[in-house]
Design a protein around this ligand. Structure first.
Ligand code: ATP
Length: 238
């Protein structure tokens, strides 16, 4: 691929004797939105964990802008420009919205830049500006998801990986989150998305992969997958 920001080559991840990811190869073009769909337990979160350095792969290679990042931990991949919005949001309930956001900028020092990041987050999610002093735990589910995405933006990432950002949200909030993902992408951020809401995810994606029990079983442009009989039957319920 000409303009590849992330490439995953024959990635394998095991938890003890359980092989969760069995040699997957995928590629993300800079500036694009790419989606991984798959049922529960397919290995989607594990894949994102391995790319972000939270989980150590047992085989294969992960490259970011052409550099092997297999052995870097999460702090160093964050510095390189990779950010993960984890499943279930994982915000800090007892910290304020402002403090939660600052956690995302923990490895940055430039005060002015951090202020600029706050503004970028507020322009995407104005509601967070109104809630700055409120504790994270008192936000609605949708606001917590916005906070989780906002926190990841505070690190100034080039690639954001989002694990099930629409999970458990009301339809109108799902719309808002998907809208925000597209806005972010139009600002130049590359997005790797993991979603159960395959219809919505494919609608905004350029390319997509189907992951089943640790293996890629299907891939293509989002348009191709939306038209695929298997995807329509299994993931879109049509
Ligand atoms: P979901 O949508 O349900 O989160 P997923 O596609 O993200 O599913 P993973 O969470 O990556 O799937 O899990 C892949 C496999 O690895 C599953 O069989 C799961 O039970 C197993 N697994 C995940 N985390 C661990 C762990 N910490 N220890 C042992 N097994 C694990």
């Amino acid at each position: 691929m000409a303009n590849e920001i992330l490439s995953v080559d024959e990635l394998q991840v095991s938890y003890g004797v359980i092989k969760a990811v069995k040699g997957i190869t995928l590629s993300v073009e800079e500036g694009s939105i790419v989606t991984i769909i798959g049922s529960n337990g397919a290995g989607k979160s594990t894949t994102l964990g391995a790319v972000s350095g939270l989980i150590r792969p047992s085989g294969g290679k992960v490259s970011f802008r052409g550099n092997n990042i297999n052995r870097l931990g999460a702090a160093r991949t964050a510095k390189l420009g990779i950010s993960l919005v984890p499943e279930g949001r994982r915000i800090f309930s007892n910290l304020t919205v402002r403090e939660n956001l600052l956690m995302g900028a923990y490895n940055r020092k430039d005060k002015e830049e951090i202020e600029g990041n706050f503004e970028a987050v507020f322009s995407l999610f104005p509601v967070l500006k109104e809630r700055l002093k409120q504790s994270g735990g008192t936000l609605s589910g949708g606001e917590q998801q916005m906070l989780a995405i906002g926190r990841s933006l505070m690190a100034n990432p080039d690639l954001i990986m989002m694990d099930e950002p629409s999970l458990g949200l009301a339809p109108i909030v799902v719309e808002e989150v998907f809208q925000a993902i597209q806005t972010l992408n139009s600002r130049g951020v590359t997005i790797l998305l993991v979603e159960q809401n395959a219809a919505k995810a494919l609608e905004i994606s350029k390319y997509a992969y189907v992951l089943e029990t640790g293996k890629i079983t299907l891939q293509g442009s989002a348009k191709e997958l939306l038209e695929s009989e298997e995807v329509r039957k299994v993931y879109l319920g049509i």
